[in-house]
Design a protein around this ligand. Structure first.
Ligand SMILES: Nc1ncnc2c1ncn2[C@@H]1O[C@H](COP(=O)(O)OP(=O)(O)OP(=O)(O)O)[C@@H](O)[C@H]1O
Length: 263
């Protein structure tokens, strides 16, 4: 059965500590095969890997959502963990603010919820119903719902995967700003190598159920596709993923970098 060690003790200085994690869904073979991972407080880690490499399985293990899945190992996370998925998972029968503060018991929950909505650019939309928001606005509300809990660890499973390219650019800028203010550790699952390079302090590649590649991004905060170091890193990561970089191919994400560079 799954073992879940639960919260880190306060004296430990890692936000995430995963040791020798094994997970499998059937007898055919493991999805995670002795994975070790440490994430520092405030560190932004992007998680890449081929489809089926176990990214979501790892994220769910960190979120404590995989009880009942066969496995062993030690997973230690902070007390306050928030999760954002590709779809917002807003409850359709609750207004936006009620979604954001759902389950919060503090007396000032509504004020904090309104503040979080303002932070994500949704001021004045607190009384809207989820279906009245665009896809990007729904993801903003999902981010507000996460951040209002003041998480020490934010787990994000392809949170921008369903958004159009321009909205993604805006969401990247927003997420960077929110992370600078709130400073959670972040584990972002993404298929998009450029997104990983633009957003993360560190990129890891999952393969064969273990961390195959683990590199700090040393490009500074003004990351530009025009920077040869950016292109080199992209090529390296694509190669780790078993994909060849085609420099001439149009990139659906092109342009997002200039916004970050300008911010
Ligand atoms: N609930 C489940 N029951 C059975 N098999 C599962 C279950 N969840 C995941 N798997 C299998 O585990 C493997 C890893 O899945 P996972 O979703 O973690 O991969 P991923 O890297 O996130 O993939 P993708 O990039 O396509 O989202 C896959 O082979 C998948 O079929």
């Amino acid at each position: 059965m799954a073992s879940y060690a639960g919260e880190l003790s306060p004296h430990q200085d890692a936000a995430v500590q995963v040791t020798d994690l094994h997970r499998s869904f059937n007898k055919a073979g493991g999805v995670l095969n002795g994975l070790d991972l440490e994430i520092a407080p405030g560190e932004f880690v992007a998680l890449l890997g081929r489809s089926g490499s176990g990214k979501s399985t790892l994220l769910r293990a960190l979120a404590g959502l995989d009880r009942g899945v066969a496995g062993t190992g030690r997973v230690e996370v902070p007390a306050k963990v928030s999760v954002v998925f590709q779809d917002s998972r807003l409850l359709p029968w609750k207004r936006v603010l009620d979604n954001v503060v759902l389950g919060l018991r503090a007396g000032d929950a509504r004020e904090r919820g309104l503040q979080a909505l303002a932070e994500v650019g949704l001021d004045g939309r607190d009384k809207a119903w989820p279906h009245e928001l665009s896809g990007g606005e729904q993801q903003r509300a999902a981010l507000a719902r996460s951040l209002v809990r003041d998480p020490e660890l934010l787990l994000a499973d392809e949170p921008f995967g369903a958004l159009d390219a321009l909205t993604r650019i805006r969401m990247h800028t927003l997420l960077r700003k929110l992370c600078e203010v709130h400073q959670p550790a972040v584990l972002l699952v993404t298929h998009d190598v450029d997104e990983a390079i633009v957003l993360a302090d560190r990129v890891i590649v999952l393969d064969g159920g273990v961390v195959r590649h683990d590199a700090r991004i040393e490009l500074g905060t003004r990351r530009s596709q025009a920077d040869p170091a950016f292109a080199r890193l992209r090529a390296q990561l694509l190669s780790e993923l078993g994909v060849e970089d085609d420099h001439d191919a149009p990139r659906p994400t092109a342009g997002r970098l200039s916004e970050r560079a300008a911010s």
